[in-house]
Design a binder for this molecule. Structure first.
Ligand code: BMX
Ligand code: ZN
Length: 290
């Protein structure tokens, strides 16, 4: 029987049926209800997925997952009540206890097992989307940590004295380089309300302000990679997410990384499972658990 896989992001929710490890069918998606109420997420999922006929249910979600409960580290990325009992609510809706894992951790596992991270023992996957997520495989093991916080590199300090992040710290990488950050910086500096893709298209048309915003984000990310490499000696970085997979973005990261001292430089590649890595990784982890 296929696994029902659900990916809850800050911008969209996707569901799909995953069979035989990596084949995806009936992929559907809808905007994430950003109401702060967990039950609204469940209602959106129930609209997308039919119930029944599944061997397991797997959920990848933005935020910190601890014992099946979901808490936002940055409520601006996904507003949600603290400790929302996601696993038990999904179990009630779909009739079986789901596997629940952070979205970037799930995607890291998919990329490590069958995608861009294959063959590396220490591997990092970054999603640059609404927020900045990161999943880490260290010595062949996916890291989630005792409280689910492992890999939240989007909340390491990038800009001392920078703006307050939704997590409560100042100048987090996520405040500088996420899709949300690009939209905010773009709106402030371009003098009109823009979304992250508008900043990219302005830069593509030669707008200097937009080009500078993206360069700042790229620089912050590459230095985040260097910090992580200094911490756990990452062998390879794979990049996903709507911003991360924007045309030219990975090349910009590579070019900027050439300015780093050689010792910190690592391959930077595109995630192979693309936008489905979270769905696939969660499904794979659910199968491992069975
Ligand atoms: C945030 C954090 C991470 C998540 C990352 C990417 C929340 C709600 N989320 O740093 O757990 O992995 O964003 O999330 O605190 P996405 O929604 O952009 O995929
Ligand atoms: Zn933060």
């Amino acid at each position: 029987l296929p696994v029902l896989a659900i990916d809850i992001g800050g911008t969209k929710i996707a569901t799909a049926e995953v069979s035989g490890g990596s084949s995806i069918a009936n992929r559907r998606q809808a905007p994430t209800p950003r109401t702060g109420r967990g039950d609204d997420l469940i209602a959106a999922i129930a609209e997308l997925a039919q119930d029944g006929g599944f061997g397991a249910v797997a959920v990848a979600t933005t935020g910190i997952v601890r014992d099946g409960a979901l808490t936002a580290l940055n409520p601006q990325t996904l507003p949600i009540e603290d400790g929302y009992p996601l696993a038990s609510v999904i179990e009630r809706a779909f009739g079986m206890p789901p596997l629940v894992v952070n979205d970037a951790q799930a995607a890291a596992w998919a990329e490590y097992t069958l995608g861009a991270g294959k063959g590396f023992r220490n591997f990092a996957f970054f999603t640059v989307s609404t927020g900045i997520g990161c999943g880490l495989v260290v010595d062949g093991r996916l890291q989630s940590g005792a409280t689910g916080l492992a890999g939240h590199v989007g909340h390491t300090r990038s800009e001392p004295g920078g703006i307050l992040c939704g997590c409560g710290r100042r100048g987090c990488l996520e405040t500088v380089a996420s899709g949300t950050a690009l939209a905010r910086l773009g709106s402030e500096r371009l003098g009109r309300k823009v979304a992250a893709p508008d900043v990219f298209s302005a830069a593509a048309k030669g707008n200097g302000v937009a080009t500078k915003i993206i360069a700042g984000a790229v620089d912050a990310l590459v230095n985040g990679f260097a910090d992580l490499t200094a911490s756990v000696d990452v062998d390879c970085f794979a990049i996903g997410g709507g911003v991360g997979l924007a045309p030219g973005y990975i090349e910009a990261l590579r070019v900027r990384s050439l300015d780093l001292p050689q010792v910190y430089r690592r391959p930077i590649v595109a995630a192979q499972a693309g936008a489905d890595a979270g769905l696939l990784g969660a499904a794979m982890l659910a199968r491992l658990r069975i």
